[in-house]
Design a protein around this ligand. Structure first.
Ligand code: IPE
Ligand code: IPE
Ligand code: MG
Length: 250
């Protein structure tokens, strides 16, 4: 399945088919309340629950959440370790509910860096929900957009070594199937909470034609109401994909 916004024009809908979110501002949410940063991460999990549920109700088909970037290892050791523990606890606690709600869970990123127990849990959680199709929930963990492009290129070169000698033949459509989210269409809408307006090495290939929405809310404060505001903004966008406005009116 190769769906590329630079090769073909995706259908436009009122509700994004694929929503990608950088859940940012947990630390500042906590600091503002004189709490340790990790308290913000715990509260952030509640926001994840709210947003997964709201997306399901609104008919979003693919929801992708940036949980831990390849650069987040640079944080203090204690914070990284709390995040890992929280990831395991949440997976453990939520998996049955997700399974029953028809959610298919995908974890993308360089998982080899995680401790074996977490890798095992990830494998099991993905297997348990593999038959579901109502909502594809992707958690990007130890993910980096540049890592994704490089790992795709490496896989392509292994699968088709003859391409090395004819680099002109390496088309977009050759590489795309090896990207870690090849099972999903490209995001229609991107939301970043926490007030920063940057991509921070998220899905840099896949966001080529995504509508970008920035919210000043900290992630623990984000919920259905804030999501609806983003969707309302999304509906006002004119997605031209290179064409003129007049062409769209036809
Ligand atoms: C996002 O919140 C969560 C992760 C990166 C894991 P932050 O922890 O980045 O919160 P701020 O940006 O410091 O407020
Ligand atoms: C991006 O947030 C990564 C996640 C939300 C997981 P960061 O808070 O790490 O991003 P920067 O470092 O401020 O750009
Ligand atoms: Mg941040």
């Amino acid at each position: 399945m190769v769906r590329s916004s630079t090769l073909s024009i995706p259908e436009s809908n009122d509700i994004p088919q694929h929503l990608a979110i950088i859940m940012d501002g947990n630390g500042r949410w906590a600091t503002k309340r004189f709490l340790p940063r990790t308290a913000g991460h715990f509260r952030g999990v509640q926001a994840v629950r709210r947003v997964v549920e709201a997306c399901g109700e609104r008919g979003v088909k693919y929801l992708t959440l940036f949980a831990f970037s390849s650069e987040n290892w640079r944080r203090p050791k204690e914070e990284v370790s709390v995040l890992m523990r929280l990831f395991m606890q949440t997976l453990d606690k939520e998996i049955s509910k997700l399974e029953n709600q028809g959610v298919r869970l995908h974890i993308v990123g360089d998982l080899s860096a995680f401790e074996p127990k977490l890798q095992e849990m990830i494998k099991e959680a993905q297997a348990r929900t593999a038959g579901n199709d109502a909502l594809h929930l992707t958690i990007a963990a130890n993910y980096g957009g540049r890592w994704d492009i490089l790992q795709a290129l490496r896989k392509l070169m292994i699968a088709k070594p003859e391409l090395a000698a004819q680099s002109d033949a390496i088309a977009e459509s050759e590489l795309a199937p090896y990207l870690s989210m090849a099972y999903a269409p490209e995001p229609d809408l991107f939301i970043r909470t926490g007030g920063e307006q940057r991509i921070s090495n998220f899905l840099i290939w896949q966001l080529a034609y995504t509508e970008l929405y920035f919210s000043d809310d900290f992630w623990p404060d984000f919920g259905a109401k804030e999501l609806d505001a983003a969707f309302e903004w999304y509906r006002t966008r004119e997605r031209r994909f290179g064409r003129t406005s007049a062409q769209l009116a036809k």
